[in-house]
Design a protein around this ligand. Sequence first.
Ligand code: ZN
Length: 421
Amino acid sequence: MGTSLFPDSSNPKPLLVDGARLNKILLELAKYGRNDHGGIDRVSFSEADRNARQYVIELMKNAGLDVTIDAAANIIGRRKGNNADAKPIMLGSHIDSVPSGGNYDGQVGSAAAVEVAQILHENNQITRHPLEFVIFSNEEGGKTGSRAMAGEIETSELDIMTASGFTIGEGLRANSGDPDKLTKVKRLKGSIAGFLELHIEQGGILEKEGLTIGVVEGIVGIKRWSVTVKGFTNHAGTTPMTERRDSLVAAAQFIQAVHRIAKNMSGRQVATVGKITPEPGAPNVIPGRTSLTLEIRDLDMVIIDNLFKVLVKESKLIGEETGTQFAFDQFYLSKAALTDDLFRKVIEEETEKLGFSYTRMPSGAGHDAQSIAQLAPVGMIFIPSLGGISHSPKEKSRSKDIEAGANVLLQSLLTLDHQLS
Ligand SMILES: [Zn+2]
C-alpha cells in the first residue's frame, strides 16, 4: 500500500497507452453505421449500434475483462483488484450516436477505456480496486443506461419511441437487456469508489486557447421556462403607433435584454431564447400574444435563479413601457452535477506530469457522468473538438489529443486507485 507503480528512481517512465492502437479502434468503430457524409448513423438500438457493441465486447474480452450486459443493456467489463474490500472504480462512455452524428462523441472515451484495460492486461498491472469498464446504453436518447444505474428511469419512459424504430423497452430487449428488471441495475450510493469519463469537449474553448486537456468542473444545470407576453390584438392599419400594445415588440426587447444581461454579468452562465410564436401571426394584425422559451445554464443553480430574477424584473420594466404583461412558467429542470475535488486535482497533476496544457471548464452538454455523480465522486477529462463542432459528421479530434486524453485517463485512474479508500 502506498507504493507508486512508477517510483521516481527505478522507473521514471509512466505506463502509457498505445496511441496507434487506440486510434485504430476509433477507425474500426467508424465503420459501424458509416454514412455518406463521413459521419455515422448509429442511433441506440439500431443494427449498427448492435454490431458496434459486439465489436467492443470482443475488444473487452481480448483485454481479459469479464463481460456482462445488465438489464439496462449497459456493457460492463470487469477486472479484479487485489483488495477484496475495495469498491470498484468505473470508467467508460457511450458508443451510440445522434442521427447523422460524428466519429468522436462518446467513442473517444469508450475506445480509451478499452485501451486502458488492454494496456493494464498486457502489463499485468493489478489495481487495488476492482475496475468496471462500462459502455452505457442509449446515451443520446436520454442516458438510459447511466440513469438506470442511478435509479432514475420511470417505467413510462420505456414506451418512448426512439430513432431506431424501437421503443426504449423494445430496444433494451434487442440489446440483451431486460426492461422488466431495471431496478436490478440500480447501484447504491457509495457502492462505487469513483467514475472517470474521457470525452470530446463538443465546444471550441480548448482549441481556441491552444490547450490539450479540459479538467471538467461539472456538468451545467439547466432550467427552461415558457414565457407568455400578453398585449392586445388589434388592426395593423387603424391602430396608431402610440395606442399599440404589441406583444411581439415587447418580446423582441426581452430577447435583447436576455442576451445583454447574460453576456454582461461576470461568470460563464448562458441564456437563450430559442423559440418564439407570435399570435395570431398575420401580416395585418398586431400580435396580442407571444409565446417564447427561456433557457439558462450554469454550474451553479443559484446563479441560474439569480439571473432569472433579474430577467423577470427587466420584463416588468418592458411590460410597463409597452403595455404588456409577462408570465413565466418553468417546464424543465436538470440539476448541475459537480465533479469531485480530489478527481480534479489528480487529473490536473497527472496532466502536468505528462507535460500537457490544461484549463478547468464546465461542460455545457450532458453526459453519463452526470447520472453517476449521484452515486459516486466523478471526474471528467475533455480533449479539443476542432472548430467546436459536434453532433455532426464534421466532428473531429486530433489523434495526438485522443492519445493525450487516454494517457491522462490511465494515469488518473492509477493515482486514484492509490488515493481512494
Ligand atoms: Zn457523448
